[in-house]
Design a protein around this ligand. Structure first.
Ligand code: UGA
Length: 472
């Protein structure tokens, strides 16, 4: 099919590249000339596994980049809107980019087309898009608006797209439903999975995926409710982890015990320093705003947000309780991205914690496999005193009073503990992502503090001896 994808941000880029891999002809539209030039020159603006391969495979073939939205609309049967919907001051989503796209494409609808909202949007956006397009002179018979929410995680967005748990299409007319079925038929028929160059299947992926057709409003709610539910799972487990800490229980054992109940499931039950990113924090606020607008006081969401913020403060208190005073302490920080596998630092709990520790007078030496450039830029806008960046985890840990693990990068779960041990001044690790087994850390000579598990503490006398030896 001929598809236009408007917005070449993270969702648009992944969607466009994956549609091309499914055999469709794609035009990716953006109004940022620099971005278009970079994409045309073969650059990949985001850190996303398999995306460079897909763009390379289809550039100048099935995928083209353009700044001309109207021409792209005329040339396409389906237009996916994947522009940003950032939060406003009050928490609801700013829909002005979506509106301006709807306005602009209305002049180019010269034959039947399906306009699909892919951005995360509040309920009734499909009706607004329809209204704006019609208000700008397009015959309502010539188009339908569908909602096709994305469930892509950063870092595994390409495999999430090609091996989804489900595909949700919210659409009110049969003609549009038929076209949307056709768009996804390479996945739902299983055709894609038999191809020699298919992106490899992740463990446990069920193929072919199920396509769920709903009303447009239901699809819009499915997106917000899914993200809110996942965030609720994380806050729930973080609250349970706090109780575990108070009573000396081990949250990992507790999660194993509850997650094996198939009604609950083991995923998204990892405690830590809270969720971040460009989706959960924003979508929870937006869902709460939608609920409020329709007269429902969704206080559960407020509690999810409160627990999430408290989780970060709790970790900070833990650092303080282990190190006593913070001013002048040297901390080796591992991780700045909001989660492993991405260079995204938006609403990153790791970065927020680093900034808090800097305000408390700590000297930070940070390392992240992908997010350092972005973090440097963000920090320099606030304050750059007290932070330096390292070339690897051991350099970050060199001479540190303590090492803090703040992002769940695979690389941080497989450190050479002997080398780390040699690098630090005091063998103290505060792990905000529970990447290590406490007994292993203790066996390597560390005092180890994690989330929701009893700490593994080396005797203070031993600590003192170690420090003395190292500074002799
Ligand atoms: C999330 C959803 O998982 C996607 O399904 C959705 O499409 C996407 O938002 C979106 O709306 O666009 P993403 O923000 O990329 O994806 O990241 P997640 O993998 O969901 O992680 C979010 C945060 O929760 C991270 O900070 C992560 O560290 C944290 N997390 C996740 C935990 O603390 N514990 C867990 O068990 C899982």
């Amino acid at each position: 099919m001929r598809i236009a994808v408007v917005g070449s941000g993270y969702v648009g880029l992944v969607t466009g590249a994956c549609f091309a891999d499914l055999g469709h002809d794609v035009v990716l539209v953006d109004n940022d000339d620099k971005k278009l030039e970079a994409l045309n020159n073969g650059e990949v603006p985001i850190h996303e596994k398999f995306l460079p391969e897909l763009l390379q495979r289809h550039r100048d073939g099935r995928i083209k980049f353009s700044g001309d939205l109207q021409a792209a609309t005329r040339a396409s049967e389906i237009v996916f809107i994947a522009v940003g919907t950032p939060p406003t001051e009050s928490g609801d989503a700013d829909m002005s980019y979506v509106e301006s796209v709807a306005r602009e494409i209305s002049g180019a609808i010269d034959g039947y087309k399906v306009i699909v909202e892919k951005s995360t949007v509040p309920v009734y956006t499909n009706e607004w898009i329809r209204t704006i397009i019609t208000r700008n002179g397009t015959n309502p018979e010539l188009f339908e608006v569908a909602s096709n929410p994305e469930f892509l995680r950063e870092g595994s967005a390409v495999t999430d797209f090609l091996y989804p748990d489900r595909i949700v299409v919210g659409v009110d007319g049969e003609r549009a439903a038929k076209m949307m079925r056709e768009v996804y038929s390479p996945l739902t028929s299983g055709w894609y999975y038999g191809r020699a160059h298919a992106i490899p299947r992740p463990d446990k992926a069920q193929i072919p995926p199920r396509l769920i057709i709903t009303s447009a409003q239901s699809a819009e709610i499915i997106k917000h409710a899914s993200n809110a539910f996942l965030a609720m799972k994380i806050s729930f487990v973080n609250a349970v982890a706090s109780i575990c800490e108070s009573v000396g229980a081990n949250v990992e054992q507790v999660c194993d015990g509850i997650g094996t109940d198939s009604r609950i499931g083991p995923r998204f039950l990892k405690p830590g320093i809270g969720y971040g990113g460009s989706c959960f924090p924003k979508d929870l606020l937006a869902f709460r705003a939608v609920a409020k607008e329709v007269g429902y006081d969704f206080r559960l969401l407020e509690e999810v947000i409160r627990i999430n913020e408290e989780q970060r403060r709790r970790f900070l208190r833990k650092v303080r309780s282990v190190l006593w005073t913070l001013r002048g302490k040297r901390l080796g920080v591992l991780g700045l991205a909001f989660k492993g596998g991405t260079d995204d630092i938006r609403e990153s709990p790791a970065l927020l914690l680093v900034q808090e520790l800097m305000r408390e007078g700590c000297k930070i030496c940070a390392y992240d496999p992908a997010a350092m450039d972005r973090a440097k830029e963000a920090i320099s806008q606030v304050n750059c005193n007290g932070i330096e960046f390292a070339g690897d985890p051991y350099q970050a840990a060199k001479g540190a009073d303590a090492v803090l693990i703040l992002t769940e990068w695979e690389e941080f779960a497989t450190l050479d503990l002997d080398e780390l041990r040699k690098a630090v001044k005091y063998p103290i690790v505060l792990d905000g992502r529970n990447l290590y087994d406490p007994a292993t850390m203790m066996a390597h000579g560390f005092s180890y503090y994690s989330v929701g598990r009893p700490p593994a503490i080396k005797q203070e006398a031993q600590l003192a001896r170690v420090a003395k030896r190292e500074h002799a």
